[in-house]
Design a protein around this ligand. Structure first.
Ligand SMILES: [Zn+2]
Length: 300
C-alpha cells in the first residue's frame, strides 16, 4: 500500500452510499457515492497525493465497479487530481474510470486550466459534458440529478442525490470559510438565483427538514434548513447595501468582505462586483426620486 496516498487523505462514511474523503493538507472535501451499478467521485482536490491509489487501496469501490468523476466547478482545488483519473492523449481514461465529467454550462470556462491558485493543475481531459436536468444512474433507485448552479463560477453545478436526501453543492455555500466571489466571472446575482433553485429542490423533496448538504469545505453533512434560507437572506442584504462592508486585500483577491452577525457566513466580493452593485443602487435611487417614494423599495 502506498504510504503517500495513506497520509494525504482520510475517509469517513456518511451514509450507506456516501464516503467523504478529506485531503489532509488543504481540508478540501471530496465525495464518493457508490450505487449497485456505478460509483461517482465528486471533485479530486488539489492533487497533493494520489487520490486514485487511495480509493483503490482503501477498497472503497467493489471490484470492477465503473467510476464517473464529476467536477463541481473548474477550480484547481477541485480538479487538481483529475489527471490521475483521465489522462490526456491516447492513454485516455484510467482503469475502471468510465468518464471524467463537468457541467456543460460554459465549456469555454471549464476548458481553461484554472490559474487562480498557486499550483499548476496537470492536464486532463473532460470526456463527458453534463446537461442541466441530466440523470446519472447509480443503480436501483439511486440517481444523481445534475443542476447548473452558476454564481461562484459560471460552470458551477449542484447535484441532487434523492436516495440519500442530500445535495452536493461544491463552493456554492459552506460555513466559516470565506465564500469567494472574486473570480473573473463570479456573479452574486446568479448565486442568489442558484440558492433560490436549491431552496426549491429542498422544499419539493419528501423530507425538506431532514435534507443535508455536502460542500467542498467544512460542511460534509449539514442540515440544509434553515442555513441555506439564511444564506439567501444574507446575500439579499449584501445586494441591498445594508450589510457592513469590510474592504480587504488578501493575496490576489481585492474587494469587500461581509460577515453575518453569528459569523457563520462570510462572503467576499471583488472590487468589480462591488462597483456594479453600487452603480445599480445609485440608478435605483435616482429612478425612485423621479417616481413616487413608495416605489423605491425594489430589490435587484
Ligand atoms: Zn471554487
Amino acid at each position: 500500500m502506498s504510504s503517500t496516498s495513506q497520509t494525504h487523505y482520510t475517509v469517513e462514511k456518511l451514509s450507506p452510499f456516501v464516503h467523504c474523503i478529506r485531503e489532509v493538507s488543504t481540508n478540501l472535501l471530496m465525495y464518493l457515492i457508490v450505487g449497485d451499478e456505478r460509483a461517482v467521485l465528486i471533485d479530486t482536490g488539489s492533487g497533493s497525493g494520489n487520490l486514485y491509489d487511495f480509493i483503490q487501496n482503501q477498497r472503497l469501490l467493489p471490484a470492477k465497479m465503473k467510476l464517473l468523476v464529476i467536477n463541481s466547478h473548474n477550480h484547481a482545488e477541485q480538479t487538481g487530481a483529475n489527471y490521475q483519473f483521465s489522462a490526456n492523449g491516447k492513454a485516455g481514461k484510467s482503469h475502471c474510470v468510465e468518464d471524467l465529467c463537468a457541467s456543460g454550462a460554459d465549456r469555454k470556462y471549464t476548458l481553461k486550466l484554472d490559474s487562480t491558485f498557486d499550483w499548476q493543475v496537470k492536464p486532463y481531459k473532460i470526456t463527458r459534458w453534463l446537461k442541466h436536468g441530466e440523470v446519472v444512474k447509480l443503480g436501483k433507485n439511486a440517481n444523481i440529478t445534475v443542476h447548473y448552479g452558476p454564481g461562484h463560477t459560471p460552470d458551477a453545478t449542484f447535484l441532487v442525490f434523492a436516495a440519500d436526501n442530500r445535495l452536493f453543492i461544491g463552493d456554492t455555500f459552506h460555513q466559516f470559510d470565506e465564500i469567494l466571489l472574486t473570480y473573473e466571472r463570479s456573479s452574486i446575482k446568479q448565486l442568489i438565483q442558484t440558492i433560490g433553485s436549491i431552496l426549491k429542490v429542498i422544499n419539493e423533496s419528501d423530507k425538506p427538514r431532514e435534507m443535508r448538504f455536502s460542500a467542498s469545505k467544512t460542511d460534509s453533512n449539514s442540515p440544509c434548513l434553515p442555513m441555506l434560507k439564511n444564506y439567501q437572506r444574507f446575500l439579499f442584504s449584501i445586494v441591498a447595501g445594508v450589510q457592513k462592508e469590510i474592504p480587504l486585500r488578501i493575496d490576489e483577491h481585492e474587494g469587500s468582505r461581509f460577515e453575518s452577525r453569528d459569523k457563520l457566513m462570510k462572503v467576499v466580493l471583488s472590487r468589480n462586483l462591488m462597483a456594479q452593485l453600487k452603480l445599480a443602487r445609485t440608478a435605483r435611487d435616482d429612478s425612485s426620486v423621479q417616481s413616487s417614494p413608495a416605489e423605491s423599495n425594489s430589490t435587484l
